[in-house]
Design a protein around this ligand. Structure first.
Ligand code: 13P
Ligand code: SF4
Length: 301
């Protein structure tokens, strides 16, 4: 089947199943165009909470689909490729979270949404890169524990008077962005501005014109006067940026592929709807605690 035939069959099945397709901004272009909603982690969770569809086909990585399931427990949540994980989310376990808390009694735990449901259940509140500062500021505490991303934690620490104690996790894709590459790209494209995701290293954020979630970057690209933009995040985002801003030029920092975000393909999306696979579930003993942390975040956002 070619892309057009897949698109037609997907549309048919979506109607039959009363399904909606949610996709993250890092998905490959041919999956992005199949989506009913394309967004960042925060937008996708808000969408998952609001939809009245019976079935959510989630094109992203596992923690995102799991979050959708937490927010819509009565709906069927499917992942076209259940092997799409997030290495950063696996950098802290529930047991390590409990130990971290025991080392810092009384300090609330802010869990980046890039965590497993088991870790969320051990946390006080979740955040995404779009609302991390707001979430930390909302807490009635002078010291907070921030897991698992040390780079996002250090970005938050720059914007709050609270003490932020970070776990040492990182995103293998974003830490590859280095300041020398960005400087080189500036020389190649004089006048371009540089936007970057807060999962990049602090020395990269230091030279950025804008630090934002992928949704924040979409907004920046739309509203900025700049006609040339160097983009420091996973390369999938530039397809959307180019499509929505044909009058602007985007240069992606090289070597910024998240292999897990590329696992979902149109034929897997079709198979997912055709066979109702692969079901995402959250164990009952952690679901309530994890949901509380995600819902608390949505109240703040
Ligand atoms: P956003 O929430 O900014 O889309 O980021 C998700 C992510 O996984 C970044 O690597
Ligand atoms: Fe995880 Fe990084 Fe991939 Fe985002 S880009 S899903 S944080 S590995």
């Amino acid at each position: 089947m070619d892309q057009t035939q897949i698109g037609q069959r997907v549309a048919q099945l979506k109607e039959e199943r009363n399904a909606v397709i949610l996709a993250h901004n890092y998905q490959v272009p041919e999956v992005q165009v199949l989506a009913d909603f394309l967004g960042d982690s925060l937008g996708l969770s808000q969408q998952a909470a609001a939809t009245d569809a019976d079935v959510i086909v989630f094109c992203g990585v596992h923690f995102m689909a799991q979050t959708a399931k937490l927010l819509s427990p009565s709906k069927t949540v499917l992942m076209p490729d259940p092997g799409a994980g997030c290495p950063m989310a696996d950098m802290i376990t529930a047991e390590q979270t409990r130990q971290f808390k025991a080392e810092h009694p009384g300090a609330p735990v802010v869990a980046y949404v890039n965590t497993t449901a088991e870790v969320k259940a051990e946390s006080d509140i979740c955040c995404t890169s779009a609302n991390a500062v707001k979430v930390v500021e909302s807490l009635d505490a002078d010291t907070v524990l921030f897991i698992p991303d040390a780079n996002l934690a250090s970005w938050v620490a720059r914007h709050t008077d609270k003490e932020v104690i970070a776990w040492g996790g990182y995103c293998p894709t974003h830490v590859r962005i280095n300041p020398q590459t960005v400087e080189f790209m500036h020389e190649e494209h004089p006048g371009a501005v540089f936007i970057v995701h807060p999962e990049a290293r602090p020395e990269v954020l230091d030279i950025a014109d804008e630090v934002a979630s992928t949704g924040g970057m979409v907004k920046f690209a739309r509203e900025a006067d700049a006609k040339q933009i160097i983009v420091g995040t996973e390369e999938g985002l530039v397809y959307r940026l180019r499509r929505e801003n044909p009058d602007k030029t985007f240069y992606i920092v090289p070597h910024t592929v998240c292999p897990n975000m590329k696992k979902t393909t149109p034929d897997k999306v079709l198979a997912s709807l055709e066979n109702m696979q692969y079901d995402v579930d959250v164990a009952q003993d952690v679901a309530d605690g994890a949901r509380r942390a995600v819902e608390r975040m949505l109240e703040v956002s």
